[in-house]
Write a protein that binds this ligand. Structure first.
Ligand code: NAD
Ligand code: TYD
Length: 358
């Protein structure tokens, strides 16, 4: 039985990954979820598996050296899937320090603990794998409508968030190059789907629209992101952790580039299509809610990833077209209004007021 150490498993992608893996493998695998539960961590996401005997949650900070070492001493870990991170660009512009601590030093701490646990006299125990969950934002931005990020594209991050993720990738690379440490890095485009925290574009717009609040579009609304349904990302991570060639980087993306304004109008139109005709919220939702606001500082213009390598080497392809994924996502939020209400109380209100002032 393989034991997975999943960090950041109470966040958006981490919780989707845990649910996906436990559904697929049932009791054939064990998952240890290490998360310190920042504002973005929510154990409610994992309610349906919390009592399974092959799932364990540990409230631990990835920067805590002793606690992380102890986990590797207590369990024979076969796979590390490192999601834990500060993940929001806007927050990184306001407060970069925590991004360096968690994303860079947390990664180093995890690398050291895995290396210590896995090393033998002549290398590493067979069958072990560390997977760094990274982002296309490490490649910087594409300035025009043409071109893609490849694994060979030079790293050129712009935001404090992407700079911290790049630094973490480089620490992983240094362990591969120096020690032949058995690691992979996946660099994925923007994810969307269930359980995403409403500071990110798609859930923020769904939440605001349902409450008749303005929909804040940064700058011209013409910036482009390449959207991938979260379950497709989870499949890619699973595949790379199992079959990825040690030391390699794999881009993950869906060839689904959209301007931000297209995303916002699609959300409005889809909500109006999906809400029953007698739902009172219909009256609150219209294109008039769209409000152009001050641009994000250093706003990357376009991200577009070429997933050719993962397709050719591992046979991965996205399975969920955007037209379907956005409906699944909106349906999920409509069915989980209480989840959204609980997390948008308190701290979130303060964040929203400081960030948007509208
Ligand atoms: P998220 O913000 O929703 O979740 C992050 C999780 O990490 C939370 O549960 C949080 O409590 C936990 N965490 C934060 N600091 C921690 C610490 N010091 N110790 C332990 N746990 C800590 O993030 P997400 O969107 O699920 O992203 C997960 C990973 O995927 C990140 O590494 C991110 O860079 C990467 N990624 C995200 C996207 C995306 O579109 N969301 C795209 C590509 C890559
Ligand atoms: P976001 O979801 O924060 O992801 P990232 O910045 O990591 O790509 O933002 C996606 C895009 O949407 C980005 O171009 C910024 C834009 N955006 C808005 O226009 N308004 C908003 O309120 C938010 C949160 C994002």
């Amino acid at each position: 039985m393989k034991t997975y150490l999943v960090t950041g498993g109470a966040g958006f992608i981490g919780s989707n990954f845990i649910l996906y893996m436990l559904k697929k493998y049932q009791e054939e695998i064990k998952i240890i979820n290490v998360d310190c539960l920042t504002y973005a961590g929510n154990l409610e996401n994992l309610k349906e598996v919390e009592n399974q005997k092959n799932y364990k949650f540990l409230k631990v900070d990835v920067c805590d050296k002793e606690a992380i070492l102890k986990i590797f001493q207590t369990y024979e870990i076969d796979r590390v899937i490192h999601f834990a991170a500060e993940s929001h660009v806007d927050r990184s512009i306001r407060n970069p320090e925590v991004f360096v601590n968690t994303n860079v030093l947390g990664t180093l701490n995890l690398l050291n603990a895995a290396k210590l646990a896995w090393e033998t006299e002549d290398g590493f125990k067979p069958g072990k794998k560390y997977l760094q969950v990274s982002t296309d934002e490490v490649y910087g931005a594409l300035e025009g409508e043409e071109g893609y990020f490849y694994e060979t594209t030079p790293l050129d991050p712009h935001s404090p968030y992407s700079a911290s993720k790049t630094s973490a990738d480089l620490m992983v690379k240094s362990y591969v190059d120096t020690f032949h440490f058995p690691a992979n890095i996946t660099r994925c485009s923007n994810n969307y789907g269930p359980y995403q925290f409403p500071e990110k574009l798609i859930p923020l717009m769904i939440h605001n629209a349902l409450n008749g609040k303005k929909l804040p579009v940064y700058g011209s609304g013409k910036n482009v992101r390449d959207w991938l349904y979260v379950e497709d990302h989870c499949r890619a991570i699973e595949l790379v952790a199992e079959n990825g060639k040690a030391g390699e980087v794999y881009n993950v993306g869906g060839h689904n580039e959209k301007k931000n304004i297209e995303i916002v109008t699609t959300i409005i139109d889809t909500l109006l299509e999906m809400l029953p005709t007698d739902d009172p919220r219909r009256k609150l939702i219209s294109h008039d809610l769209i409000t152009y606001v001050e641009d994000r500082k250093g706003h990357d213009f376009r991200y577009a990833i070429a997933p050719d390598k993962i397709k050719a080497e591992l046979g991965w392809e996205p399975e969920t077209p955007f037209s379907e994924g956005i409906k699944l996502t909106i349906a999920w939020y409509l069915e989980h209004m209480e989840w959204m209400e609980r997390i948008t109380k308190g701290e979130y209100q303060k964040y929203y007021e400081t960030m948007y002032r509208m």
